[in-house]
Design a protein around this ligand. Sequence first.
Ligand code: 26V
Length: 820
Amino acid sequence: IKHKIDDAKDLHDEPFGDVVLRHLIYSVGKDKTHAEARDWNVAVSLAVRDRMVEGWIDTTRHVYARQQKRVYYLSMEFMIGRMLEDNLTNLGLLSEAKEFIASQGLDVETVLHAEQDAALGNGGLGRLAACFMDSMATTGVAGMGYGIRYQHGIFRQTLEDGWQMEEPEDWLFEGNSWEFRRPEVVYEIGFGGHVTHDADGKATWTPAESVQAVAFDMPIAGWEGDHVNTLRLWSARQSGMMNLDTFNDGDFMAAARQQVLAETISKVLYPGDHTPQGRELRLKQEVFFTSASLQDMLRRFFTNYDNLDNLGDHVAVQLNDTHPAIAVPELIRILMDLHGYTFERALEITRETLHYTNHTLLPEALEKWPKDLFEHILPRHLQIINMIDGHFYQEAMAKGLDHHIIAGIQVIHPHQQDWVRMGNLAFIGSRKVNGVSALHTELMKQTVFHDLHTMYPDKIINQTNGVTPRRWLLECNPGLAGLITEQIGDGWIDDLEQLQKIAPLATDAAFQKAYRAVKSANKQRLADMVQERTGITLNTDAIFDTQIKRIHEYKRQHMNIMEAIALYNAIKADPEGTKRGAAWQPRVKIFAGKAAPSYFFAKLIIKLINDVAAVVNNDPDIGDKLKVVFLPNYNVSMAEVLIPGSDLSEQISTAGFEASGTGNMKFALNGALTIGTLDGANVEMLDHVGEDNIFIFGLKADEVAERQHRRARPSEVIKNSPMLQQIMSQLSDGTFSDGETERYRDFLTNVGDHDYFQVIPDFQAYWDMQRQLDGLYQNAEAWFEKAILNTARMGWFSSDRTIRSYADQIWRAPHKMSGT
Ligand code: 26V
């Protein structure tokens, strides 16, 4: 790749190592003898960044010159992880950089990993946004991500006596080599105040307070570094200078206080994922980044066009869940109050421009704000929402909908005026609304958005999630990536369906051997990490059985740990397996994930996992046959070790509750077999890998819904299951709680009496499938044939495919075809 930037010296002629050394001295300010790993990491990062800048400026020029349609991805969360290896990879500099680092007598891993994860998200939604940034750049979409530059990302999880503790995270402490501060890009964001109308009815909103949003940009290079997009994150600062009058009065503290208050807005990420917290600060965060982003994109729009009539032809905005849904009234407000459009026309333009992705059907995760709070912070926006509701009512009447039905889907229910419902707002204000897997999209139509779907039958479409093969195969699993490239060349990296070409090798003895060797090495790397972080020694001949994701009842980590208890009991009762007539297949159960700080039951599940681990791992009767591991502080970097090193992937959510899942895709791509329910994207993985190669069990979504509807109780099932009875009595008799009988009381009530998430009715099928997998694992050829077929058939789950599909079906935006 060569770009022509007039005033830039041709950096490609300077050896990469020389650039690194120059940065070490002149940017970091250290010489070789004093530089530490982090200093080298910064120097290498700055050297890569230099090369990215050329493509970045070039891309900006091209997009501008061609007036290419722009796509804006608005997301409260970006779960990026480390960036150095990603950027080195996409720029084609990885081996050069590694050689140079080694030539300086340094440990390559230590230098590359001396970077804090950018963990500006909670889980799946934020990680998807990060994969999308990579894929938009790779597929040549003129895409820009907009979010918040949180000073503190998701909390650091530690364990104290097996209980989760939270500590603040401070990713920016050592600086961020990737960002460019843009002090000239700054917007005012208003809150509160009042609205006046002039004689013509034109509204003027006078906010009572305002803060400034300052831009920080990070370049996002696609595969081969040609196309470089921007992730623009907003940081909050006090509007105007510190109040000088106050300052001169000597009340410095009062002035400083104002500053702290303003900066609070981008201070910290909300750590809940599906547990809502209706906090004023969170609403302000949403308004803050959405308004800044809209102002910024319109400023850019006006450098090309002189009116907003055809905004939707040139700009597509994607709302990542409802968090930026305030974009609907905000864009209408800008169009009406600042540019003189009528309400009807403003709504039309908005509905040509905005699109909304839904990521969960869980009722408690659907955002709604108290109307009073909303009115207090956003008086003009509330007026506009009322206009939207009025207009929507007419539209719905015209389509023959019943008054009561309409009430149920308006933004504000006319008879229960206490809530502003953001899902309805996003739906009504958008051109397209999408779910993230086929099943989830179907359930959206049938349940939460049923009546809105009847009214706009073409609005909801599916866009099944995907993952970037650069981070989630090429970088995290260099052994497997190398093996694949040896066989089929490297075209798969940006055309993942080419992996099909390795399918014929699934039964090839030499290929199997090489594939197994890669898996063994990855398991060893994982075992080393576990040893280092927990002191537990793992037997790498065991099945590495891994469940990594946020801790939540619907994801059913508790079903998994109950299965571990049952297995422990079975091994205790028959240590050599003589009674069952077969030796036990050794197994390691690995868990990692964070619980929302206020979610007591999820924290109790973590405690239970650790309690079970303490008993099982120290029982001499068990030895290597079973180990239970909980790895604290799960993050993207940890996933990059866990996923390639696992044999079995746990995707066991209650059917109908996991919108898609993306971890499921990463594991299968890296050759782990899936044990899972017919939920989310598992359903489509089954279609692609074939039923012989995925291990599906349990109730289907409609069966779950039916049982939940009639409040079916688990007692009957427990009565007929000695296995479950033993688990339940051990949880109440203190077997796993040092004799303390109260600790798992809430657990027993939740699962034993109500069991909303259907752990009990699914348990036997889950156990049976696990034992079937034990048997399969003992036939290595059969197991690895399936593993290889998983890798070969997961190509469709590349986020490049997802992004091209959004570009074609939603954004109507140009992109590069695959493999070109
Ligand atoms: C909801 C809330 C509620 C208010 C407090 C803060 C907060 C933060 C995030 C959310 C939405 C969480 C939804 C989510 O992460 N969904 C996940 O999205 C993934 C990408 O589409 C998908 O693979 C997972 O199945 C889905 O759970």
